[in-house]
Write a protein that binds this ligand. Structure first.
Ligand code: IFM
Length: 418
């Protein structure tokens, strides 16, 4: 049986807003809109990472045999006004990253995980063309100050999801319900990815920089041309369009008409795959908001309006297989399930780790696996209801209780995936 390489990264992923809570950013404002968050909650101070809980959570992770951690920085804390960097906030992240290093955790740092400072949101968010230069300057500031404590950088998390939910479906900020804005927003994110990669490599020429993609499986629910076509279309909007752009260095419909993005083809040293599940797509005249492709898989992992799909570990192997021809190392940058039932979570974890092993057996260069997530956190438009953490969080007291999956994952980490 293929085994995992001894230097394979095992860890958990988090993102700043979800564990640190709201600040001077677009999501803080979005959370105040009536009806924007399904359960009416707000991020608040979230899992209290900014006030010190980050360190103790990472100490726990290290004690469980994790060898890496994926976390993100909050742009609105670090650059509260254009061009003014908050050195004390940088120092807070520098200390946290150093602490992680001292615990023996390799560090993957995401620069943009969904949130934008208010001053960027006011100028048009991802539709503001100067965001490309602005986020490049921010990335350079991060690299200069944090570069010695980061092993891998991710520029942007899940660009196509942000473009879809924020610009076409009005479910996330900035709240546009205009499919025509999907392409321009996504195009700016890909341009921004290039500008950020360059900016990081200016002070840190050996930095390893990547982009994180979410790639669910979209399968036709029946063997009918209409279902096959719709599954293809949905896959194209979420995954295909970005993959083609990365491969060819050009934007294709619906994002562009072959427009070249200088430097895109060589802008990534690795790619991250976020994977949760599979959708069975079936034509339905009522599903106009999903381009008439309803999701009908059973069982499925749904909470409120958000459906993470049917647990389908083979889909993770498929996703890795699909990314492999791009010719760079791959990391599973997120994988997990929202549930209160730890038997379900544990089975999910084991089967998905096995799916990564299958990919390795095929010779695919996978370098790490990050469980989503270390601690229960603020799940965007669904609020606090979905529970993804290895640590259950009591929001009132801040108290953490390890779930059974934490020990199962600890065994996997300590035994190199066995
Ligand atoms: O919580 C999110 C994360 O921020 C991005 N990927 C999916 C996770 C679960 O929905």
């Amino acid at each position: 049986m293929t085994s995992f390489p001894s230097d394979f990264w095992w860890g958990c992923a988090t993102s700043s807003h979800q564990v640190e809570g709201g600040t001077d950013n677009d999501w803080t404002d979005w959370e105040r809109r009536p009806g924007a968050i399904a359960d009416g909650t707000r991020s608040g101070d979230a899992a209290r990472w900014w006030s010190g809980a980050a360190e103790t959570d990472l100490e726990r992770a290290a004690s469980w045999g994790h060898t890496a951690t994926r976390l993100s920085v909050e742009w609105s804390r670090l650059e509260p006004e254009p061009g003014r960097f908050d050195e004390a906030a940088f120092e807070r992240y520098a200390k946290l990253l150093e602490h992680a290093g001292a615990l023996g955790l390799s560090r993957l740092l995401t620069i943009n995980h969904f949130t934008l400072p208010r001053w960027v949101a006011r100028r048009g968010a991802w539709l503001w063309d100067d965001i490309v230069a602005a986020i490049g300057r921010f990335a350079e500031a991060c690299a200069k100050r944090l570069g010695t404590s980061v092993e891998r950088w991710a520029t942007i998390n899940e660009p196509s999801l942000v473009a879809l939910l924020g610009y076409a479906e009005a479910l996330w900020p900035p709240g546009h319900r205009d499919p025509r804005t999907f392409g321009p927003a996504l195009a700016n994110m890909l341009r921004a990815h290039v500008s950020m990669t360059r900016a990081i490599k200016a002070p840190c020429p050996n930095a390893s920089v990547g982009l994180v993609l979410n790639m669910p499986c979209f399968d036709p629910s029946r063997d009918l041309l209409i279902d096959r076509g719709l599954a293809w279309l949905q896959d194209h909007a979420v995954s295909g369009v970005v993959l083609r752009a990365l491969e060819s260095g050009r934007l294709w419909p619906p994002v562009g008409l072959g427009t070249r993005i200088e430097g895109l083809q060589t802008s990534y040293d690795w790619l991250g795959l976020n994977y949760y599940g599979r959708y069975a797509v079936r034509f339905s005249p009522r599903a106009y908001e999903m381009a008439f492709g309803a999701h009908v898989q059973t069982p499925t992992s749904k909470c409120g309006e958000t459906d993470w799909g049917q647990p389908h570990p083979q889909g993770l192997t498929r996703g890795l297989r699909r990314l492999a021809p791009l010719g760079v190392p791959l990391l599973v940058t997120e994988n997990g399930i929202q549930t209160e039932d730890d038997a379900v979570r544990t089975a999910y974890l084991r089967s998905h780790v096995a799916a990564v092993r299958d990919a390795l057996a095929e010779g695919i260069d996978v370098r790490g696996y990050f469980h989503w997530s270390l601690v229960d956190n603020f799940e965007w438009a669904e609020g606090w209801r979905p529970r993804f953490g290895l640590l259950a969080l009591d929001r009132a007291t801040g108290e953490r209780t390890p779930r059974a999956t934490a020990e199962v994952y600890a065994q996997i980490c300590r035994n190199h995936g066995e």
